[in-house]
Design a protein around this ligand. Sequence first.
Ligand code: PLP
Length: 430
Amino acid sequence: MKIEKSKSLFSRAKNYIPGGVNSPVRAFKAVGGDPIFFKSASGAYMYDEDGNKYIDMINSWGPMILGHAHEEVEEAIIKAVRNSPSFGAPAERELLIAELICEMVPSVERVRMVNSGTEATMSAIRVARGYTGRDKIIKFDGCYHGHGDSFLIAAGSGAMTMGTPNSPGVTAGTAKDTLQANFNDLEGVKQVVADNKDEIAAIILEPVPGNMGCVLPQQGFLEGLRQLCDEEGIVLIFDEVMSGFRLAKGGAQERLGVIPDMTTLGKIIGGGMPVGAYGGKKEIMDYVSPQGPVYQAGTLSGNPVAMAAGHTILNYLYDHPETYGKLESNTKKIVAGYKETLDVLGLDMTINQIGSMYSLFFTDSQVTDFESAKKCDTAAFGQYFNLMLQHGIYLAPSQFETLFVSAVLSDEDIQDIISANDECLRAVMD
Ligand code: PLP
């Protein structure tokens, strides 16, 4: 496979853009090699600058659930651009998307649009702090909530460890208000809460983490957090930037039947445009400016082009609930194919899957939290990733990312993915 143009563009980009990419996860640092530069994408496929075609298993890290360049979304964007890319003043589409989000996501009675998932989570914890009058938050090791200072906290040595910054630039003052816990460890969370009685504003988590690979909440974990938050007056925030509109039209909360106080959204909500949102109970969201005292604003928030894209894709998902069946069956077919290969090769590797999210972990241990995810053989994964790339399958360039299946994969695509996986695993394990 020729990737000369990508290589040349990357080497030029490094002279002007830090690390040559506009988001670190796009670099291939964890897997070796240089990132591919893309020129276009349509449906299930992406095409690079050298003319190579790939089946896309990341789908822009989640948003392209209906595949790339979906006709209705594309038309809505073009129409909106012609009416001006930005008003900086209210427009009907903002109301329509807000109504739809409140209808679709069980916990959301009021919603504020922002421009990214990071803005959504940063704003949500500010509101939770304003609402409770408390400073501390609990986050889970291995959960990612964007690059807000409060969330860039190192995986420490246990649930009760006080946070320390893992990125230079995050002050110790900020880090001390972020307490860590282990995913799926309810007793550990209870201990952190007991040690910080009446000081915790919010518990924030991905109800189905995708940022340590795909990890599933164990029976009773989310329910236990819900109960704990009710007892202790803590705001429970589900970060559904990934899982929102993906695991069900109402996200993980609908699928798993646990309703948080606040929800953060992103990715699919923008149909490929830069959008995020946070929402929740009216009583809490009434704290947001200009209704309430907690300040949060945005020049381009509710941008008409982004709202047109988002509203169109959400409308589609609302009107076509059968999409979720298709997503699930596509993913199950892929996972069944993988399992067949593992059986034939006598390999004991872990596959976690829910809806259209799944991960193949290069470990024989169960992956239930960050510690168990870290047991993976990342060198072998790097080899596998690069082989899959050569077979025309574009995976996330890290073992610690979920894959996202789109609704537009054909049975032939699925067979291609399964065959490539089979060949690449054989080669890696040889
Ligand atoms: N929350 C979760 C669960 C995410 O997966 C991400 C990004 O991947 C974010 C927040 C941050 O969103 P963004 O990259 O749009 O700022």
